[in-house]
Structure formats: structure tokens, C-alpha cells
Design a protein around this ligand. Structure first.
Ligand code: 5GP
Length: 187
């Protein structure tokens, strides 16, 4: 008789930029090796230090379009002229290996995944407040006023969409947010 492997669980985490989602996720993943961050496909060029198959599967536009044509994506989206997508076969393989898989997606992508895989658990990371988020974004000193206003508008839309998520976690205190994430994901 073959060994029985329990299917892994699928989680989708969304949260606006500046919300500290990356730091929170890194802390969680370091502590819980039984969870794996999904590797998406993209047509954007690798940044310095990024590796194919580790950060992304870097594809040509033609390769990406072929995957769309063959209905191989669980979901996909275009941001700043680059395409990003999560392959169905990749997710199915990881889950059947018993891995708990985390997709880090924008809210549209997350809600699209939920349509296809209703068992996916959607978690939204909220900023403590709009004021706090605004000051975090300004504190980065990397963007123009116009770009900051655009981001804040996107955040408002995303927060509205997050009403359709299974859980919302406010990241006002990193340790507290980590505990809440563990309560949701490790039960
Ligand atoms: P970056 O180019 O900075 O790595 O990512 C740009 C955006 O693409 C981020 O908001 C990221 O969450 C999103 N993204 C990465 N992979 C996927 C994916 O597979 N699907 C969707 N919908 N968005 C993704």
C-alpha cells in the first residue's frame, strides 16, 4: 500500500503596498517550513539577484500567451506592461505533495482564485489606518506626490474588495499580526 499524503491547503494573501505584508510573510515562512510561497510566471525581466524557478518562472511573452491559450493559468493579470500568472498544474502538484501553498496576489487575482477553488482561504493584511499607511508610503521618499495619491486610491479600492475575503488582519504590531496569521493558518 502506498503512503497516504494529506493534501496541502491553499492560502491567498493580499494587502496593499506599504502594509508590511512582505516582512510579515517572511517571518511566518521562516517559522513554518511546512508552508511554501508559490512561484508565479512573469514576462518581466529578472531583477538583480532573482533566479528562475525561485522568485518567478521568467517567460517570454509568446510562452506566456501560449499558457493563456491553453487555459493553463489559475489566474493571471497584467501590471505595468508585464504579465503575471499562477499555473494550475503547479498549484495542484504542490498541494498533492502535501505542501501548504501561499499565493501572494492582488485582490482581483485573489478573488479569481476563490471562484475556481472555493476552498482557498483568502487573507487580507490591512494597514493600521489610512493615515498611517500614507505616512509609511511618504516615509519611503521614493515616489512623487502623484504616484502616492494613485497608490492611496488603489488601496481604498482594495480595502473595499477585502470585504469578500475570509480573514482580515491589521498589521499595526508585527508580533501581534504574526500571531493572528498563525491562528488563521495553522489551525
Ligand atoms: P513585481 O514585479 O514587483 O515582482 O510584482 C508586481 C506585482 O505582481 C505585485 O503586486 C505582485 O503581487 C503581483 N503578482 C506576482 N505574481 C502574480 C501572479 O501570479 N498573479 C497576479 N495576479 N499577480 C501577481
Amino acid at each position: 500500500m502506498g503512503a497516504y499524503i494529506e493534501m496541502g491547503k491553499l492560502f491567498v494573501i493580499s494587502g496593499s503596498s506599504g502594509v508590511g505584508k512582505g516582512t510579515l510573510l517572511k517571518l511566518f515562512l521562516d517559522k513554518h517550513p511546512e508552508f511554501k510561497l508559490s512561484v508565479s510566471c512573469t514576462t518581466r525581466k529578472p531583477r538583480e539577484g532573482e533566479e528562475n524557478g525561485v522568485n518567478y518562472f521568467f517567460l517570454s511573452t509568446e510562452e506566456f500567451n501560449n499558457l493563456i491559450k491553453n487555459d493553463e493559468f489559475l489566474e493571471w493579470a497584467e501590471f505595468s506592461c508585464n504579465m503575471y500568472g499562477t499555473q494550475k498544474a503547479y498549484v495542484e502538484r504542490k498541494l498533492s505533495e502535501g505542501k501548504n501553498l501561499i499565493l501572494e496576489l492582488d485582490t482581483t487575482g485573489a478573488l479569481n482564485v476563490k471562484k475556481v477553488m472555493p476552498e482557498a482561504c483568502l487573507i487580507f493584511i490591512l494597514p493600521p489606518s489610512m493615515e498611517e499607511l500614507e505616512s509609511r508610503l511618504r516615509g519611503r521618499h521614493t515616489e512623487s506626490e502623484d504616484a502616492i495619491q494613485k497608490r492611496l486610491n488603489t488601496v481604498k479600492i482594495e480595502i473595499e474588495r477585502s470585504n469578500q475575503f475570509d480573514y482580515k488582519i491589521v498589521n499595526d504590531d508585527l508580533e501581534k499580526a504574526l500571531l493572528e496569521l498563525e491562528n488563521v493558518m495553522c489551525k
